[in-house]
Design a protein around this ligand. Sequence first.
Ligand SMILES: *Cc1c(COP(=O)(O)O)cnc(C)c1O
Length: 388
Amino acid sequence: MATDESRESAGDATLLAHLGRNSERQDGLVNTPVTRASTILFPDLKTLRAGAQEYSYGRHATPVTKALQDALAQLEGAHAAFLTSCGLAAVTTAILSAVRAGDHILVADCVYDPTRKFCTEALPGLGVSASFFDPLIGADIAGLITPQTKAVFLESPGSLTFEVSDVAAIADAAHQAGAKVLLDNSWATPLFFKSFRNGVDISVHSVTKYISGHADGMCGAILANEHAAGDVERMRKLIGQNNGADEAYLALRGLRSLEARLSRQAASALEIARWLETRPEVARVLYPALENDPGYRLWQRDFTGAASLFSVVLHPCTEDALARMVDGMRLFSMGYSWGAFESLILPSVPIRSATEWNEAGPLVRIYIGLEDPADLKQDLEAALERLG
Ligand SMILES: *Cc1c(COP(=O)(O)O)cnc(C)c1O
């Protein structure tokens, strides 16, 4: 797009088609090519000493990784964006940028399990203590903040149990104590939750999921405001995080259709979630886009859309019955990640330390892909009938 003003007034779907492109510098090519590079040459000693050229080494940036970073930063309203090898590396690099030995980090009890493990198994060895809190705590988080607390890590909604946090209230309390606010925003994507308008300092994404969106590329991104960007950039360089040109190209290609895919998938997800609520085998549907979900009010206040990932809690059943249900599916497959264009189903057990998970029956996470929702419903209906 031509100017910064036309960018600022454009809608997100328009931005998706135009951000991260640099056709004038690329002989008119619409897409930034796959620019594989390790060594990048300097013309003379003066330029090398001054570091005075845009690209200096493949680990730092190439045109296609930079194009993806620029697009993500503008979409979410960040000061800067940094790619990582995967979403988990974005989580861990972002945390390492915000704490050091002697510090304490507060972590939402609903975080993605590898995030929890990094905090409980890697941080103590670095002299950083982590404790968990109820994601519904809101402004009362002030009571858990100590002089050592330098960061608060959120995942809203939690990507397994779907609690929505009051991000702005938590951010206010954290900032009053001088702590940074980090958010795993992978579910909402840069489209549906604008982190930096809600007080977040660092937003991380598993780009692998919705953005790349085709079950092939792995990629992560750390987006930061002006206050946090310097520390993120420094830590990312120190530990050597970036991503390759092929993965960045795939993510940029996925990004172009993000709005179209997500809105279609969200419409199917809402239809299927509403139908699941009426099924006798289902105890609860955990999806903040449903009017009677406890997170609905905050979701409506803070988000402009819902992703297509939600969970159901079934009535208590045997492991055999659960296996009959998920092993006999025609369209839904089982596997890690969330699904991309294809639907996935995944029985899972929430792990808690600050709150209790009291549901009697098993939790099953469902990802609605791009298939015809009537076909998906039929597959789920047969599955629930196999449960007995
Ligand atoms: C998958 C996931 C990650 C990690 O992303 P990878 O790209 O698989 O490393 C981080 N956070 C959440 C919420 C995720 O679902």
